[in-house]
Design a protein around this ligand. Structure first.
Ligand code: SF4
Length: 345
């Protein structure tokens, strides 16, 4: 292994990305699709989403929930929290009893959206996912996201996702070639995932449906940076969107990175919309102020002991929102690392 390979991923990405722009590319007008398919409540939801993120309006309950229901994964991605964080422990995901409790509480408030899939692979627990998505819909949530690596997205799963009107599927691919895929994601599953995506698109077209909308994601690393254009060309006009993302590397000590440069970066990058919009709940029931969980801090509490409403309106959560308003989020190590990942964008 070379010296360069020993360097934490984020610091190498920061060098590589300096001055480069990462983009989101939409090939269909997804807002038009959602407005047509879901109706006026979609517009109300997106208006609130913007108010919370831009005007810092704090709703009485999170607009969006991120849930870990599988707690395990079937790949070994080199940039994943699971691989890089020595304190990371697999779990068996949120039990159904807690999933029901979460949506029972959410049904009392205006909660619109849920994403299944955090650092885990949701489709390891397919039946649990479809049951949980059904409960979420009954509770009034209508933006239902499935985040997956696509390995287990077989025809039956695609059929169900289309029939049950899952709103969005996000598939992380991170490569435009099988070789790079294996290098980054740890196993030879590139062709299998491509087949699954093609099958999904064929079945969706055959059903005459626009849902679920398909977004493909690509975390930019030194190993795959040169494949961004190819990736875009490959999926242009096939997927609904392609998103390039920066890597957040848990193994990086943000304080060890070029202190003068980071301090000047933080003058303009010191706030975040996420704590005004969402919370994340891991497989053990721990609740976090955003979906970027890199260690167990900051944890707001656990849903076995407290209601989500209580944790969302807690002094701790207010403090994090205030820190964002005052531009002091970089005082928190998780936020320092996360904000730095956008440097160069
Ligand atoms: S870690 Fe901090 S900066 Fe990153 S998404 Fe969460 S709240 Fe925002």
């Amino acid at each position: 292994m070379t010296d360069n390979e020993h360097k934490p991923v984020l610091s190498r990405v920061l060098e590589k990305n300096a001055g480069q722009t990462l983009h989101s590319h939409f090939f269909t007008n997804v807002d038009e699709i959602f407005t047509r398919e879901i109706g006026p409540k979609w517009t109300a939801y997106r208006t609130l989403w913007k108010r919370a993120g831009i005007d810092h309006f704090i709703p009485s309950f999170p607009i969006h929930l991120d849930l870990e229901i599988a707690g395990r994964c079937n790949l070994k991605c080199r940039m994943c929290n699971r691989q890089l964080n020595p304190g990371y422990r697999p779990n068996s995901g949120l039990p159904m009893e807690l999933i029901r409790r979460i949506f029972d509480e959410a049904s009392w408030y205006e909660c619109y959206s849920v994403l299944f899939g955090m650092d885990d692979e949701t489709l390891i627990e397919k039946e649990k996912f479809f049951t949980a998505a059904g409960i979420a819909k009954e509770a009034g949530l209508f933006d239902i996201w499935l985040s997956t690596n696509g390995v287990l997205l077989d025809e039956d799963t695609s059929h169900k996702a289309i029939d049950r009107r899952i709103t969005r599927i996000v598939i992380s691919l991170d490569a435009a070639t099988a070789k790079t895929y294996r290098r980054i994601r740890g196993l030879d599953r590139y062709e299998a995932v491509l087949d699954n995506i093609q099958d999904f698109l064929r079945l969706r077209a055959a059903a005459g449906s626009k849902l679920p909308v398909l977004r493909l994601s690509f975390v930019v690393l030194p190993d795959n940076a040169a494949e961004q254009e190819n990736f875009l060309d490959l999926w242009r006009d096939k997927a609904d969107a392609v998103i390039f993302q920066s890597c957040i590397d848990v193994s990086v000590d943000p304080d060890a990175l070029d202190p003068a440069g980071t301090e000047s970066f933080f003058k303009d990058h010191n706030s975040c919309p996420q704590p005004f919009r969402r919370i994340a709940i891991d497989g053990n029931g721990n609740v976090y102020p955003c979906c970027t969980i890199m260690d167990d801090k900051p944890v707001l509490g656990n849903i076995r002991d407290s209601a989500i409403h209580e944790l969302w309106n807690s002094r701790f959560m207010r403090r994090i929102q205030q820190m964002s308003l005052k531009g002091t989020l970089p005082f928190m190590k998780n936020c320092r690392r996360c904000l730095l990942s956008a440097r160069g964008t």
